[in-house]
Design a protein around this ligand. Sequence first.
Ligand code: NAD
Length: 515
Amino acid sequence: METGSTFQQLGKQQPLEPPGQQPLGCGKCSSTGSDHGKDLRKAAGCSGGSGIGKGPVPLVCSTVCGNPYAGLVSHLRASWLSGKTRPLEYRMTQLEALGRFLDEKKQEILEATDLDMGKPSFEAYFTEVLLCKNELNVTLNNLCHWMKDEHVDKNLVTQLDSAFIRKDPYGVVLIIAPWNYPIHLFLVPLIGAIAAGNCVIIKPSEISKNTERLVSEMLSCYLDNDCFAVVTGGVQETTRLLENKFDYIFFTGSPSVGRIVMTAAAKHLTPVTLELGGKNPCYVSDTCDVTNVARRVLQPGDAGEAHARPARGHRGVFRPQPQESPDFGRIVGDKQFQRVRKLLCSGRVAIGGQTDEAERYIAPTILADVQPSDPAMQEEIFGPILPIVVVANMDEAIDFINARPRPLAIYAFSCDSKVVNQVLERTSSGGFCGNDTLMHVTLTSLPFGGIGNSGLGKYHGKFTFDTFSHHRGCLHRNMGLEALNAPRYPPYTQQKLGLLTATFEVKRRGTCTLL
Ligand code: NAD
């Protein structure tokens, strides 16, 4: 299975092409249709997975409409229009298959994320497997309830009618993911997209290449290949993919690429969720247990920036020599390594600062005496560096935060809950966590998403299902009881206007009402 400039589309049937198009073959090998499919599955080590989509596998390398992915998108659209993704049973089957993917390929996932960025298997299990399983189980446990029509209040005229919100799937949706949680960040949206009844194209990050390969080779063994596909590649491939019309795009990545994705989506008026990056400030008041703060801030490896005094806990977290520690990862690629290393020139290295280019190792580093104009404060760090900006008091920290783009998360540490609440009250961010970092992400009951520069939209738990569902407002009227409708028909009279007002008007609570 290739990565890079190719893509795979796996399905049971021949792809459905617009009239006049040639049946599509693969330019990469001599086999066509089912033979090629068998080769691919064998090479991928497919054990059969869900039992769905096990048949002949056409590989489409078409240039339909001049776009290499048009055939794939139209195939998925035809599957969606056939209605097969709508029944609850179908959605549950696909979600159960995703659960099996996580169970059966757990070891491969841990190995791939280790190869990509030295992610400790403990962390990889927690973020890439356990949290995904949680999302899956919450969805499986509640889907039947979430899918139900929501009945809503009615006015006097519609009392005998049915007014409800139908949770409709959007259609064919695209999920684009980054490299840092390379399974979690496509799988959690995918769970909601499947749960909501959509067909999905997944575009994992090309930077976490071992995970990308695993996903592109293995997912097709579990999911229905007529409805779910993986497209691999980088900027060039994603640019061509985005030329196609999708019904929803869910993007996680940097704000600059988020703009590109939103611009491409705007051409088709496609709605988007943008889960973006940026800097996440962490205010530490002087009333805290500094060791606990240090552990909780340093554990994620990249907590943005802290506004307080230097912490002392890092040696306890990563042992005296973090380079030897099995619990400390590496930078994902050379380009990212060079970028993060340049940021070390900001302020003064208080702890850490060592680098090893051959291993793409950057020690967990605390930078002190950092100025707002220093490089580490000018861009997102996305590496194990924590710049500390000293502020005189909480008000100054809040002013500092509010003078900058709205973050994905704000953290505030204080033994005084009034201080934590003040930071919450007087700032704006996608999410908030008091006296810890990142832990809010573990609750499937909380919406997760950015605001302003850190993104648009929210997901996790039911919020993911809602994100991928069009909430369709429906009124199903009774054909009879025409007398109730008579006031709205011409000829218009003053008396009819009075009746119309009495039957349609919404009164403020506490005022006199006819109802
Ligand atoms: P990125 O924006 O460079 O890439 C994300 C995805 O977009 C990848 O699949 C990539 O192939 C694709 N892409 C890159 N350039 C493109 C282009 N010009 N046109 C079309 N597609 C393109 O992000 P990254 O480096 O993979 O990840 C790091 C960024 O993601 C950081 O900014 C980080 O804060 C952000 N992030 C946000 C969240 C969140 O939940 N909000 C989570 C993780 C990472």
